[in-house]
Structures are given as structure tokens and as C-alpha cells.
Design a protein around this ligand. Structure first.
Ligand SMILES: [Zn+2]
Ligand SMILES: [Zn+2]
Length: 327
């Protein structure tokens, strides 16, 4: 009895809305809301199409076939081939880049602290936030470009730049076994010209010109710091054991890329959630179908298929197992 009153009330409201034609609009509204708020990848898609990084002993693999046929991880044939392409020359270049970049960061930090005027504090925070967001977008753009186009066989950029992206998809935990230099060498290197330019400005520009440029300097400095830190943050997002508490805190409060959030990118075929610095832009870009539209335009104008090389490397392990089964 107690339920009949609210039910009949809701019925009456429904009838009234229906006669006014409002209920249809509400239905459309709730379908749209459901669509927008639907998870980008379901739990099942994550389980079936990405490596279980929090289960390194593959306890979740039930059948013998699942244990014998590595789709991901260090036993994958393609991952082993790609790991062997890391050369001593590349290692030397990375060491030099890390050394120069850390020195420039320290010098810049000193100059910024000594020139800061607290009266402009809110504008400085805004410029810094904008710098961090630009770094997130840049990480997405570069990651998308490297994942989606080109091939490891390309001269110079193939082995030096695209190789780690291919390796990362078939062995996502390999990044956790890379040391500081291998993880950060390339990103630190990219920021050197920008950090060097700010140091140059601090040395040669008169005080008044520096004051006018200060917000721009803060923007570029935070952009450079977050671009440099991107792969370290990315490495942390793959580290399920032994992370420092402060890193977990930053991940859980979505200041930097959280682990569960980045898992969405690692669901095959790796076509979304490319931003890996803070990940703030992943959801809006996915809802705008930003990457899909870009890929459609490129495929339409050039004829190149997105992720063709990525798929080729992913299939290496499977082909190898198929061959083994034939013997
Ligand atoms: Zn990727
Ligand atoms: Zn990753």
C-alpha cells in the first residue's frame, strides 16, 4: 500500500509530461547522458584485451593455451626482438641529454625563484597550469603519431624513436625494468632547446623585459618540466608494486596519470587515451572523437592504414606460436 502512492504519483507526472511532449525529450536527454558517461572501455574489454600488469605471474590465465601463447610480456617474440635494438650509441646520447637537461632545469629554477613577484601569483599559477595542460596534449599528439603511423624499418627514427612505442604495446611492463636514463633520455632531450632559451633570456635581457615576459617563461618552464617528466610518470602508471606513497597519492588525486586510467590505452588495438602526462585531456578528446577524426582524414588523403606497423609487431608472437604448434 505504501508504494502505491508514489507509484501513482509518478504515473501521473509521466502522463502530464507525456501530454506536454516533455517525456520524449527527457528520454533523449538520459540516453545522451548515458552515452556520454558510458565507460570508454568496459571491465571485460580491459580484462580480455590488455596485459594484466597487476598479475605478473599470470594467475588469471586459466587455460593452457593462455599460458603458452603470450600476447603480451617479455616472452613475446616481437618484444624480445625490439628490446635487442637498443644500442650503445643510443644509450650514450640519452646520458648526455639527461645531464644537460637536469643542469638547465636547476639553473632555470634558480632564476625563476629569484625573479618571482608574488603580486602576480594567480596569473603565474594559471600560466603554469596551462603549461601542464599543453604538455599533456603534446604527450598525446606525439604518442598518437608514433603509435599510429610509421614503421620500425624507417631509417633513423624507426629504431631510435618508434621502436620503444611498439615494444611498449606488446610488453607494457618492460618500461618498469628500464632505468632512469632509458626511461627519460628522449623526453629530457626534447626540452633542452627550450630550457636553454629561457636561461639565455635570463642572462641577456634587461629586468623590465624579463618582467613582461615572466608569465611566458613560467608557461614554458612548466611545459618543459612536464614534457621531461612524461615518461617517468608513464613508468609509474605501469608500476603496481613498490611505488613511493607520494606518487600513489598524486596518481589517486589525478595530478599525474593514474594506473587504472592508463590501462584504457592498453586495451588492444590501442586507439584512444594517448595523453600520458596527467591524462586530463583523454576523456574530452575521446568524447570529441579527436584521434578518430584525425586518423580518418589522414587515411582518406594518404591511403595509409592507422596502426598497421603496430599490428604487425603484435602478431609476431602469435605467428611464432602458430609455427611452434605446427612442428
Ligand atoms: Zn601507446
Ligand atoms: Zn603505457
Amino acid at each position: 500500500m505504501s508504494l502505491s502512492l508514489p507509484l501513482s504519483c509518478s504515473q501521473r507526472v509521466k502522463e502530464a509530461l507525456s501530454s506536454a511532449g516533455i517525456d520524449q525529450k527527457l528520454d533523449i536527454g538520459s540516453t545522451m547522458a548515458n552515452k556520454i558517461l558510458a565507460p570508454v572501455k568496459t571491465e571485460q574489454q580491459i580484462l580480455e584485451n590488455s596485459m594484466l600488469e597487476d598479475d605478473p605471474n599470470a594467475n588469471c590465465a586459466v587455460t593452457q593455451e593462455e599460458k603458452m601463447r603470450p600476447r603480451w610480456g617479455p616472452q613475446h617474440k616481437g618484444a624480445q626482438e625490439l628490446a635487442n635494438l637498443y644500442t650503445t650509441g643510443k644509450r650514450t646520447q640519452e646520458c648526455i641529454c639527461v645531464g644537460i637537461c637536469i643542469t638547465l632545469m636547476a639553473v632555470n629554477f634558480f632564476f625563476i625563484v629569484t625573479h618571482i613577484h608574488l603580486a602576480n601569483f594567480s596569473s603565474i599559477i594559471l600560466a603554469a597550469l596551462f603549461g601542464i595542460m599543453t604538455a599533456d596534449f603534446a604527450s598525446g599528439l606525439v604518442h598518437w603519431g608514433a603509435d599510429t603511423w610509421g614503421s620500425v624499418e624507417l631509417p633513423i627514427i624507426g629504431k631510435n624513436f618508434l621502436r620503444p612505442f611498439r615494444e611498449h604495446h606488446i610488453d607494457p611492463t618492460s618500461i618498469t625494468r628500464h632505468d632512469f636514463i632509458e626511461t627519460n633520455g628522449d623526453n629530457f632531450g626534447v626540452t633542452i632547446p627550450f630550457l636553454a632559451k629561457i636561461v639565455w633570456d635570463f642572462i641577456v635581457l634587461p629586468e623590465e623585459q624579463l618582467r613582461n615576459k615572466f608569465l611566458w617563461i613560467c608557461f614554458v618552464f612548466l611545459l618543459a618540466i612536464f614534457v621531461a617528466m612524461t615518461n617517468q610518470i608513464h613508468k609509474w602508471s605501469h608500476t603496481y608494486f613498490g611505488l613511493p606513497k607520494w606518487v600513489i597519492w598524486l596518481q589517486e588525486h589525478h595530478v599525474i596519470l593514474p594506473r587504472r586510467h592508463h590501462r584504457i590505452h592498453h586495451v588492444a588495438p590501442h586507439e584512444t587515451y594517448f595523453c600520458i602526462t596527467t591524462g586530463w585531456l583523454n576523456w574530452p578528446l575521446e568524447k570529441l572523437r579527436f584521434w578518430g577524426i584525425l586518423e580518418y582524414i589522414i587515411e582518406f588523403t594518404t591511403g595509409y592504414k592507422p596502426r598497421a606497423d603496430d599490428l604487425k609487431w603484435a602478431q609476431k608472437g602469435i605467428r611464432n606460436d602458430a609455427q611452434r604448434n605446427q612442428k
